[in-house]
Design a binder for this molecule. Structure first.
Ligand code: 13P
Length: 247
């Protein structure tokens, strides 16, 4: 069984203006011969401009979220089809900032995943426990439950990834120990194999939460870690490239 090709994705969250396209250009120029697929997920309003600025090179572009429906009276929202039309090929779904801040449930995330697949977007589905859940010894139960609930059966045969992002590690500078990351990633892998059989072995499981150039090598080489979902450190090309080169 060949290991899945690693995926390193930068989640810009609600950061970035036109001037930030320079950072994306610098990342594209610095990719070299990385074995990873690399993506930047900027705010949706920058996707089209980023696609034009990059001119179709190897750096992939992703969205950060989209509505579950195709189109209609959903003021302020964007659809999966719109992201794809603008130039995205991937999308982050079920990020904890959306689960917590916008009350997204596993069922809602699963319906968004189906919409992504309908329009050819590759989903990066996020899962992760809170600090209270970890302290209560429930990290594995919570995370594997989110995997089961957020990944619809329609993903069978499709390209997608799962990102494990402990909520307490996001933007805090805190990270789990390597054995803690490996324990959760192994549990996610077992759940993926239960759900998708052999194909579940080829789904990259990304780690996210305070990944920086200084800790990237250890995290990226941990067992069952198939890449990273990077927030703050993806905003500066030098830092993001430092992470990519740690692979
Ligand atoms: P940070 O890398 O800033 O901790 O963010 C992680 C994250 O939420 C990526 O989706």
């Amino acid at each position: 069984m060949t290991a899945p090709q690693p995926l390193i994705a930068g989640n810009w969250k609600m950061n970035g203006l036109g001037a930030s396209l320079e950072e994306a250009r610098a990342v594209a120029a610095g990719l070299g011969d990385t074995p990873a697929r690399v993506a930047i997920c900027p705010p949706s309003i920058l996707i089209h401009r980023m696609a034009s600025a990059l001119g179709g090179g190897p750096l992939l572009i992703g969205g950060q979220d989209h509505h579950w429906d195709d189109a209609g009276a959903f003021t302020g929202d964007v659809s999966a089809e719109m992201l794809a039309d603008a130039g995205a090929s991937l999308v982050i779904l079920g990020h904890s900032e959306r689960r917590a801040g916008y009350r997204e449930t596993d069922e809602l995330v699963a319906s968004k995943v189906k919409a992504a697949l309908k329009y050819g977007l590759e989903p990066i589905v996020c899962v992760g426990e809170t600090l209270d859940e970890r302290k209560a010894g429930k990290a594995l139960e919570i995370v594997t439950g989110q995997v089961r609930g957020s990944l619809p059966s329609e993903l069978a045969g499709k390209t997608f990834s799962v990102a494990y992002e402990p909520v307490w590690a996001i933007g805090t500078g805190l990270t789990p120990t390597t054995p803690e990351i490996e324990e959760v990633h192994r549990a996610i892998r077992a759940t993926l194999v239960e759900m998708f059989g052999e194909a579940g072995k080829r789904v990259p499981i990304l780690y996210g939460g305070s990944v920086k150039p200084g800790n990237a090598a250890e995290i990226l080489h941990a067992d069952e870690v198939g890449g990273a979902l990077v927030g703050g450190a993806s905003l500066k090309a030098a830092d993001f490239l430092g992470i990519i080169r740690a692979l």
